[in-house]
Design a binder for this molecule. Sequence first.
Ligand SMILES: [Zn+2]
Length: 284
Amino acid sequence: MQWYIVTKSPLRVGVGKEPPLGSLVELAVVRIKLQGKSVPYIPGSSLKGVFRSIAMQLAKQKGLKVCQGVGKETCMQLITVEGSSLGEYLESLLKKGNSYEAIKVFSENACLLCKIFGAPGLSSHVTFTDAYPVDNNGNVVEVPLGVRTGIAIDRRTGAVYERALYQVEYIEPGARFRTMVLATNLPNYAIGVLAKALMLINEGYMRIGCFKTRGFGEVGIEDLELKIKGKNEGAKLLGLDNVDIEVDLTDCTEISGTWLIARGVNAWKCLNKFEKVWDSVKFT
Ligand SMILES: [Zn+2]
């Protein structure tokens, strides 16, 4: 699955957190060296974080118990299997070379989000590539940047710090970043939760990056393209587990060798079908 992220409002993706209160900082946007130029980009890890947090809200709406996925608040620490934490238990299985059993124990115990997005020490089923400012031919394009001055305010007293001005660099509206998501071996409902997250971002219900409460981070999704490979029956994607539901993509994809391909309107139509699976799947 690939698409362009197009900024509709100022966007700032920080590596860390928002500027610490009371400090005079000048924050530049994250950059990477590409084709000999230093250009702004959106790290894949940031995008993955956005999708995970939207998926967390969607999973909670469905009544699923899911972990926070950060620090000590992950299934690896929170779940106990035979007296040790899930993480330690899996590690001991892997040390014995028992990877089949480890995968089984993980899928029986970890929450849906850990299964989709991975957990520390385990690979995930989805990979978000870094989003680069390139055109369809892969050539770097100019990114419009701006700088805004912020004022650090003490949240308790409301008083403005002395010398509390800081300058923040951001990406202006109209910038385009190409990115790709690679998903392997995901049930249709899991693709559905990713599809729903993408729609929420595109429709402006979810924002990305910092300063979201100040109007930053609204983006649109353009030139969506979907490529699916696997054991399909024609354009039907069978359910992968006992709660999953089959998806029929016959009227929105073309078959090209072993691939199913959908672009633009058809790609959104496909995502709609996956979204419906997510909406109707029942976890017991
Ligand atoms: Zn989890």
